[in-house]
Write a protein that binds this ligand. Structure first.
Ligand code: CU
Length: 123
């Protein structure tokens, strides 16, 4: 990844962070941003200290959600209904899933079932 692209991603993360600060209720949300100039729009969920951050993401149909493990131990992103199932993600590894259909998609981490998140797909 080029340095420039990394900076864009970092900036997006900061902007999304500001957006979530106003939601309150101890639950963070993240809106899908404008499409990047390459490929479909993507939203990142960081796995940090046994939590999905943000644990609730709202995206438009066709968005790719990318989980990235920034923790010290391995985690997964596993859909409750079996729609997707990441391999065990070692620290630093990522997993992507594209969401085309409107709906709510709860998921968890297989080794740590208390780790929960949801992807909400709406127009
Ligand atoms: Cu886990």
């Amino acid at each position: 990844m080029s340095k420039f692209r990394f900076l864009i991603l970092a900036l997006f993360t900061v902007v999304a962070g500001f957006g979530s600060a106003s939601t309150g209720l101890g639950q963070s949300t993240q809106e899908a941003g404008a499409a990047e100039d390459t490929g479909p729009s993507a939203v990142e969920v960081e796995i940090v200290e046994f939590t999905f951050q943000a644990d609730t993401v709202r995206v438009k149909p066709g968005t790719v959600v990318r989980w990235i493990n920034r923790d010290q131990v391995a985690h997964t992103s596993t859909a409750e209904d079996g729609e997707w199932k990441s391999p065990l993600l070692a620290p630093g590894e990522t997993f992507e899933q594209k969401f085309d259909e409107v709906g709510e998609y709860p998921y968890y981490c297989t080794p740590h079932p208390f780790m929960r998140g949801v992807v909400i797909v709406a127009p």
